[in-house]
Design a protein around this ligand. Structure first.
Ligand code: R5P
Length: 265
């Protein structure tokens, strides 16, 4: 692996082999998502606890201070919305020149396996990998399910992660599943990070699945709503960070969460 690729990957994945990515890209298909109406404000108290931030070029240019010292994972697929016909009909919407110009540490796009647009999104992944590898930029593939949240089970996720890695993704983002998550990770030759999905009822549920996912081989998370949509985003991200980087279990993380919540701002 060339120096540039190694250098970018080491900005994203820390020395302990783990990673906490904070995504704020949801507006690219949902518009002004709850608590992400002003992305720059949303991340102000929490960005420092993340290892990297994920967003589109529009949010990066308009809402993020260029002096920020955090690696950026640039979302480069899109062109569909929640009110449109089919979320899976995504294309590449950002050029390799833009990825380089914005000094991204990685590029990221969604693949919709099992959908009508499987071939299109997988071909786009291969294209993006070819363009990015020329410049030593890692691609993180997002194994998306669109509105079909029930697809989040081990066989589907394992297939999606493996295919994304076979096409050249250097990191794969997928969902956690309670049953046989280890099969998802074991069948994927590149590091796997877990997305959070819609906000859970309790914070403990998040700590439970993050902890279990890490035990089963995930290197970390790319987790947004279950941090910045909560009542206590700082406490939430710090507790998740403790699971990822300080070997806290889910109960210890919840105790830390309660302790930080109780502190005066
Ligand atoms: C959706 O595809 C977005 O790319 C998000 O980055 C991803 O779903 C992770 O965010 P959350 O934890 O809110 O699901």
């Amino acid at each position: 692996m060339d120096w540039g690729m190694k250098n970018r990957l080491s900005q994203l994945i820390q020395k302990d082999g783990k990673a906490l990515f904070l995504p704020i890209d949801h507006g690219y298909f949902q518009g002004p998502t709850h608590r992400l109406e002003k992305p720059g404000e949303t991340i102000k108290p929490i960005w420092q606890y993340a290892d990297a931030l994920m967003m589109t070029r529009g949010v990066l240019r308009n809402c993020i201070d260029p002096a920020i010292s955090k690696p950026i994972i640039l979302r480069v697929s899109g062109a569909t919305t929640v009110v449109g016909e089919d979320l899976a009909n995504e294309n590449l919407v950002t050029s390799i020149q833009e990825i380089i110009r914005l000094n991204a540490s990685a590029a990221s796009m969604s693949v919709f396996i099992g959908s009508k647009y499987e071939h299109q999104t997988l071909s786009n992944l291969a294209k993006l990998v070819d363009q990015c590898e020329d410049y030593g930029i890692p691609v993180m593939a997002v194994t998306a399910v669109g509105r079909e949240l029930e697809k989040r089970e081990a066989r589907f996720l394992a297939l999606s992660c493996r295919v994304a890695a076979e096409l050249g993704a250097r990191v794969v983002k997928t969902y956690y599943c309670k049953e046989k998550f280890e099969k998802v990770v074991d069948g994927c030759p590149v590091p796997v990070v877990i997305a959070g999905g819609p906000k859970t009822e309790t914070q403990q549920e998040v700590f439970d699945f993050v902890y279990d996912g890490i035990q089963k081989g995930a290197i970390g998370v790319n987790l947004g709503r279950n941090i910045w949509q909560t009542e206590h985003p700082v406490a939430a991200i710090r507790a998740i960070r403790a699971i990822i980087h300080e070997n806290f279990d889910a109960k210890e993380a919840n105790n830390l969460y309660e302790q930080i919540k109780a502190e005066k701002p």
